[in-house]
Design a protein around this ligand. Structure first.
Ligand code: FAD
Length: 397
């Protein structure tokens, strides 16, 4: 059993997709790495949050743009369950591919594969363990207080990665952050006799992954009238958002005259489904209109999941906090705003920034420095070694 006083090279807070990618990268680089997760499920919003679409890693015109652990995890999402990469995503007609390099997966099946790959990589996984207050030495984070069944303790490391989705560690360490509101919405899984018949007719269990999506979309469309927006940064707001979102589900089944034996909700999300809560104000902000541009400090490429064409170069500075050292952010809490945030907050970019945080943490530890002092060119050299493109020109765009 892991001990509270065991020293680590890297602590990753939060086992969502970003935290998993960060922990895999750091551990494979030979660092003593732990991944601390407050629930008992790995995968975060993608699994316990029932957000089961691994959005595209291609540009919608037949070119793959995101590689590395982001691609590895996409394939893991269907190792133990349904879901396949469409075979026609490269076939382009009229400048567009008929489908994209993406997968719809079973959340439970994805967890089985994530657990397995973390153990194989030698990551020390701490489940049911809450990360609370960061331990500071001047402006540097050197550890975190954690709490679980064994009680309260301290974990120390040379470098920390905040993959909480909410920039909780960065915020409590004193790094500048910003907050945004959310439309009321909920995604759940439901089942019904119709779905079962569809599965039998198709001779496949895949239709059983039937999703119920209610409330506001990412752009606010479909938001229930008269309902306010919610901010996921206080206990009261999180509780009200979750309870009100479950009202939306209840309404579906009270308004229908269908027999409760024929159609019902199968699984509710195990975590609050906020698209955004708090994110870093980092060394570099990704913003509106920066797609298609060369960025010297780029550490990866991400497509626009909403439309074919736009591809963005991701600056390393979006992961690096201001004012606080020894810390990186990864996933939906990196510094991006407006249209860039829409592109960056989904699963593949979260995996990408997770891997980059893992590479940067390994470089910081090996050079006995902090992530803010890591030259992006060193990260780029590592990506070249992996064969992972980070400039548009490298994928012919
Ligand atoms: C309604 C909705 C629909 C979406 N649709 C899609 C979609 O179709 N496709 C897509 O690709 N993306 C979609 N997204 C976005 C995407 O799911 C998430 O942004 C992405 O999965 C976030 O990954 P992450 O690792 O950054 O954070 P998270 O998934 O939020 O993971 C953070 C992890 O940290 C843990 N944690 C938090 N605080 C602590 C703490 N103090 N101590 C220990 N552990 C902690 C959490 O339990 C969680 O496991 C959607 C999001 C929402 C809300």
């Amino acid at each position: 059993m892991p001990q509270f006083d065991k020293p680590y090279d890297v602590i990753v807070a939060g086992a969502g997709i970003a935290g998993i990618a960060a922990a895999l990268e750091a551990s494979r680089a030979g660092l003593r790495t732990c991944l601390v997760e407050k629930t008992v499920l790995t995968g975060g919003l993608a699994t316990s949050g029932i957000v089961n679409i691994y959005l595209p890693i291609c540009d919608g015109r037949g070119t793959q743009v995101t590689f590395g652990i982001a691609e590895e995890l996409l394939h893991l999402s269907y190792r133990y369950g349904p879901g396949d990469v469409p075979t026609d995503w490269r076939e382009v007609a009229d400048g567009r591919a008929p489908s994209r390099f993406r997968v719809t997966f079973s959340p439970a099946a994805f967890i089985l594969a994530l657990d397995e790959v973390l153990v194989q990589a030698g990551v020390d996984v701490w489940l049911d363990t809450l990360v609370s207050t960061p331990i500071m030495e001047d402006d540097r984070v050197t550890g975190v207080e954690v709490e679980n069944k064994s009680g309260r303790g301290v974990l120390r490391a040379k470098c920390l990665i905040d993959a909480t989705g909410d920039a909780d560690v960065a915020y409590l360490a004193g790094a500048p952050c910003t907050e945004t509101d959310n439309w009321l919405s909920i995604w759940a899984l439901e089942t019904s006799l119709d779905v079962a018949r569809e599965a039998v007719a198709a001779d496949s269990g895949e239709p059983l992954l039937s999703r119920l999506t209610l409330g506001g979309w990412n752009n606010g469309q479909n938001h229930p009238g008269g309902v306010r927006k919610f901010r996921g940064t206080s206990g009261a707001e999180v509780t009200e958002f979750v309870l009100r979102s479950r009202d939306l589900v209840r309404e579906v089944y009270t308004q229908t005259d269908q027999d409760r034996h024929d159609k019902f909700c199968l699984t509710l999300p195990g975590m609050a489904q906020f698209r955004t809560t708090r994110r870093l104000v980092g060394q570099t902000t990704m913003t509106e209109g920066q797609d298609g541009r060369h960025v010297d400090e780029s550490v990866g490429l991400v497509p626009d999941w909403r439309r074919a064409g736009p591809v963005w170069e991701v600056p390393y500075g979006a992961l690096v906090p201001r004012k606080v050292k020894g810390l990186l952010a990864a996933g939906r809490c990196v510094d991006s705003e407006a249209d860039a945030w829409e592109v960056m907050r989904v699963i593949p970019p979260c995996a990408l920034t997770g891997q980059i945080a893992g590479i940067a943490a390994a470089l910081a530890v090996h050079h006995n420095t902090t992530p803010d002092a890591v030259e992006p060119s060193l990260i780029q050299a590592k990506l070249k070694e992996y064969g992972v493109p980070f400039h548009l020109a490298q994928v012919g765009l």
